[in-house]
Design a protein around this ligand. Structure first.
Ligand SMILES: C[S@@+](CC[C@H](N)C(=O)[O-])C[C@H]1O[C@@H](n2cnc3c(N)ncnc32)[C@H](O)[C@@H]1O
Length: 249
């Protein structure tokens, strides 16, 4: 994905707020459960594609003795973290995800990446590199879109598009996971969540920061269709299923 509203700092903050306000289940609570059930207290943590710090702050608060190295290519997003959440335990590094030598300068107990790892040009290669920097008792936790993500909106968009857009695929395929089996023990799960919109303006706010907007040939028609749906049914629900991949040595 090129630099656009979907990855810009303001787009990220706006979508984060819209998701938190409208999500049925709590994404952060689910991440905490995953962390607690898979590892003991991690000392050194790495947050890849940290954005404005949602997971960095979660880890910072959950583990008061941890150090967190947070990496993103957007200086503006990193500045947002240092302005809003200054902490001696957070080390911010501006880097492309694939330039791992910029940030893999020590071993980590936890490497986390939420809705960012697929920006790597070669996820499998990068994970094999990470395996050398992962402590024996540590884990890599990757979170991202699944094949069912946003399916309701894609259906609506495709009603008006002449060029149909495809449904999502899991961000890391079974074939790619197979290539990692000799380096990691792998545990895959899905977090089945929904975002509910009971008014058009809430939906519009969310849609304006979504990459799906640029794929809609007629976004006004999409908004009319969703508005009609909300009037008839009381709400429009969008699947926000997250694929989670836990990798351990
Ligand atoms: C959807 S946001 C996720 C932010 C955060 N992890 C969260 O879940 O709220 C994706 C982030 O990946 C960053 N990003 C995109 N491509 C990148 C790349 N090639 N290298 C490093 N970061 C990248 C963007 O700047 C953005 O902050």
């Amino acid at each position: 994905m090129s630099k656009n509203i979907a990855t810009s700092t303001s787009g990220l903050i706006s979508r984060m707020n819209a998701n938190s306000k409208n999500e049925f289940k709590n994404y952060d609570a689910w991440i905490k459960d995953l962390l607690m059930s898979h590892i003991s207290v991690p000392k050194e943590c790495l947050d890849i594609g940290c954005g404005v710090g949602k997971q960095t702050i979660l880890i910072h608060d959950l583990y008061p003795f941890s150090n967190i190295t947070s990496v993103d290519k957007s200086q503006k997003s990193l500045d947002t973290i240092s302005d809003l959440f200054p902490s001696a335990r957070i080390n911010l590094i501006r880097s492309d995800i694939d330039d791992f030598q910029n940030y893999c300068t020590k071993n980590y107990n936890l490497i986390i990446s939420s809705y960012a790892f697929y920006y790597s040009k070669n996820m499998v290669d990068l994970l094999i590199k990470y395996s050398k920097y992962l402590e024996k008792d540590g884990m890599v936790l990757l979170l991202g879109y699944s094949k069912r993500s946003n399916l309701e909106i894609i259906n609506v968009i495709n009603q008006s598009n002449t060029k149909k857009i495809p449904f999502y695929k899991d961000f890391l395929s079974l074939e790619e996971l197979d290539l990692l089996k000799e380096h990691f023990l792998i545990d895959v799960s899905y977090f089945d969540n929904k975002i509910g919109f009971n008014g058009l303006s809430d939906f519009q706010q969310w849609f304006e920061t979504s990459e799906l907007l640029s794929k809609s040939e007629n976004s006004n028609q999409v908004l009319r269709d969703i508005s009609e749906f909300i009037q008839k049914n009381g709400a429009f629900l969008v699947t926000k299923e997250t694929l989670s991949i836990v990798l351990k040595k």
